[in-house]
Ligand binder design. Structure first.
Ligand code: AMP
Ligand code: MN
Ligand code: MN
Ligand code: MN
Length: 292
């Protein structure tokens, strides 16, 4: 009997929709993931799971060959650094998760007011309304302030607007009172999921501090770290794989897709070096359905 050749299994366990600072709707995100050959997708919006129901509904409506894993990217504060912890495969309705995300929502709301106040003092008025307009119904982030400032002509690119206004130490930067890493891990675990350090190489930590972060994360019960992204410095993936082994963490991979662009794409260049334990092997609930 002739059978269709199976597509390779591609996991993309980090992506954003309009529920936070991604530009695609939940439906367009799953359609695009499927087109790009992704088999298992986690939507990991900043401190919200609001896209998950619509994403699953779109998969069902269009009968897509795509498995959705519940996800979230939680902002935490560790040693004065903002560290992102991805949760995967948890129950989004668990009270502990809902409570934590509600607190994070309130922190984002409070911070947005303060960012706008700081920008107003620097002579740029009414950015809160502008950023909210950019955010629509989604969770408000600095990316929405950035897009509004670009719309105002204050900068040409996201990199520039962060560098000039929104990065740490700049006019519009407000240190946020995010939850702790153990608090994020606890909520993820109570809800039955896996806790993953997002993009470990992007915090501009020295090697010594990065190792401290990973050792601490493992010590307080964290499960995995991202090892593969589509855009990485040469050797970064191998180095991160080495750390995953050293600290006994499983390995995850994800594009951190926010919008169609030339460099970052759903499912692109996502593979793990040999020897690491893929997070979907440590947590079979994340694994692609058996196609045998
Ligand atoms: P927030 O979580 O509200 O602090 O917003 C952080 C988000 O802003 C990140 O998830 C990125 O999507 C975006 N972002 C941060 N820094 C930059 C940058 N230098 N260039 C472009 N986007 C950035
Ligand atoms: Mn983002
Ligand atoms: Mn992040
Ligand atoms: Mn992200």
């Amino acid at each position: 009997m002739l059978t269709e050749p199976l597509r390779p299994i591609i996991y993309d366990l980090h992506s954003h929709s309009q529920a936070s600072d991604g530009v695609l709707s939940a439906q367009d995100l799953v359609l695009r993931a499927c087109e790009r050959g992704v088999t298992v997708l986690a939507i990991t919006d900043h401190d919200t799971t609001a896209a998950l129901a619509a994403a699953q509904a779109a998969i069902d409506t269009h009968n897509l060959d795509l498995t959705l894993v519940s996800g979230v990217e939680i902002s935490t504060l560790w040693e004065n650094h903002e560290i992102h912890i991805v949760g995967l495969g948890f129950d989004p309705h668990h009270p502990a998760m809902k409570e934590l995300l509600h607190q994070q929502f309130q922190r984002r709301e409070d911070r947005a007011v303060m960012i706008a106040e700081r920008l107003a003092k620097a002579g740029i008025a009414d950015t809160l309304a502008g950023a909210r307009e950019e955010a629509g119904d989604g969770q408000i982030t600095r990316a929405h302030f950035a897009r509004y400032l670009i719309r105002l002509g204050k900068a040409d690119t996201m990199a520039q607007v962060f560098k000039n206004y929104l990065a740490r130490g700049k006019t519009g930067y407000v240190p946020a009172q995010w939850c702790s890493i153990p608090a994020a891990i606890e909520a993820i675990h109570l809800a039955g999921g896996a806790a993953v350090v997002a993009h470990p190489a992007r915090y501009q930590l020295s090697t010594k501090w990065l190792k401290r972060l990973l050792a601490y994360f493992a010590e307080v019960g964290g499960d995995a770290m991202e090892v593969a992204q589509c855009q990485q410095a040469p050797n970064e993936r191998q180095q991160l794989a080495r750390y995953a082994l050293d600290y006994g963490l499983a390995a995850s991979q994800g594009s951190d897709f926010h919008q169609p662009c030339a460099w970052i794409e759903l499912g692109r260049k996502l593979w793990l070096p040999k020897d690491v334990v893929p997070v979907w092997e440590k947590f079979p609930a994340l694994a692609a359905p058996d196609r045998g």
